[in-house]
Design a protein around this ligand. Structure first.
Ligand code: SAM
Ligand code: SF4
Ligand code: SF4
Length: 339
């Protein structure tokens, strides 16, 4: 096991396969146009799989593809095949906005993808268009419906809850998840890079989420978990389960075993980290797997990041990064480092 300076193991790797996206969610990509990563900088699938193998040799057993929108990366199933071939990867998942899911679900499954998480903040097409600035709600719903037919189980639906946008839909989202055989997870609105319109007033806290759900469904039972997964899980009287990811009001940095690899091979130890470690450079300069593993091990051993906890301790919490700084350094963006 590879431990950091606070005793946290290196277990979970999120791989962003592209910084591009076909939506413009207001809490993530509020601008219309962005500076994209240069194509030549993007890791090839072979390079990505090689780095993932190095991470697996150091204890990573959970890998999640993300982005940007990961299904925009051409032939992403080829990468899935390479990752799925590594028996050390016990859990292989993808987070997608669902727009391109219906046409990709069967190929993802055939390539060896284990689980799919779809981001879905609203059941209302008009709200979706307003939130994402694209009129693609029906395609997302079709994408979610296609998962069971493709043979997927363990599907999750992630909803960012924002005051004045969708906090009145929590119960409806749980009902929808139940009919789709998917577990809904409510995510507190986070002040990550990209969220340039964030304010504390718009955050709907874990406590408020629970009380709204209790109002609708009655008694809620917490489910005891032993895993380091970020979601706390709960059960309703009828057995339906749901989760809450309270990254803003109740951060879970003390058990965080996650790190992130950008599409151009920068490795971030924390969602809030100002800088990443360049792994593409050594990779393309001919470093061996052992040499790259040595870099990763020594960086992880020194890790002390606890970004969300530090943000929660701030007396006057404002947006993390302003638009000008984001334009100068797109690696600070949530859609570049992956959620
Ligand atoms: N495009 C894909 C999607 O939306 O599922 C994958 C990448 S997206 C950056 C990953 C997750 O980050 C999504 O579930 C999204 O809702 C979440 N996210 C983005 N900005 C956020 C914010 N400001 N607060 C909380 N979650 C956020
Ligand atoms: Fe929305 Fe995901 Fe695209 Fe961000 S990366 S704008 S959360 S779909
Ligand atoms: Fe982990 Fe950083 Fe998120 Fe805390 S803020 S849970 S250390 S990624």
């Amino acid at each position: 096991m590879t431990l950091d300076a606070l005793g946290r193991p290196l277990r979970s790797l999120r791989i962003s396969v592209t910084d591009r996206c076909n939506l413009r969610c207001r809490y993530c990509m509020p601008e219309e146009s962005y500076e994209w990563l240069p194509r030549n900088d993007l890791l090839t699938f072979e390079e990505t799989a090689r780095l993932a193998g190095v991470f697996a040799s150091l204890g990573v057993d959970r890998v999640r593809l993300t982005g940007g929108e990961p299904l925009l990366r051409t032939n992403v199933s080829t990468l899935v095949e390479l990752l799925a071939a590594d028996a050390r990867v016990r859990d292989l998942a993808i987070t997608t906005n669902g727009v391109l899911l219906a046409e990709n679900a069967a190929a993802l499954r055939a390539a060896g993808m284990h689980r799919v998480t779809v981001s879905l903040d609203t059941l209302r097409a008009d709200r979706f268009a307003e939130l994402t600035r694209r009129d693609l709600h029906a395609r997302v719903l079709r994408g979610i419906e296609s998962l069971a037919a493709a043979g997927f189980t363990g599907t999750k639906l992630d909803s960012v809850v924002i005051r004045g946008r969708n906090e009145d839909e929590l119960g409806d989202l749980i009902d929808f998840g139940r009919t789709m055989g998917a577990e809904v997870r409510f995510i507190e609105y986070m002040d990550v890079g990209g969220a340039t319109h964030w304010s504390l007033e718009q955050v709907v806290s874990r406590a408020e989420i629970l009380s709204r759900i209790e109002e609708r469904f009655g008694w809620i039972e917490p489910i005891a978990e032993t895993s380091s997964a970020p979601a706390e899980r709960f059960r309703l009287a009828d057995g339906t389960t749901f989760g809450i990811i309270a990254s803003t009001t109740t951060p879970f940095c003390s058990t965080c075993d996650r790190s992130r690899l950008t599409a151009d091979g920068l490795w971030y130890l924390c969602l809030y980290a100002p800088r990443g470690v360049d792994l593409r450079g050594p990779l393309r300069a001919g470093a061996t797997d052992d040499e790259i593993a040595q870099i990763v091990r020594s960086v992880w051993n020194a890790r002390r990041d606890r970004g969300a906890e530090q943000r929660a301790e701030m007396p006057d919490r404002q947006v993390l990064v302003g638009i000008e700084r984001l334009k100068r350094d797109p690696h600070l963006e949530m859609h570049t480092r992956g959620g």
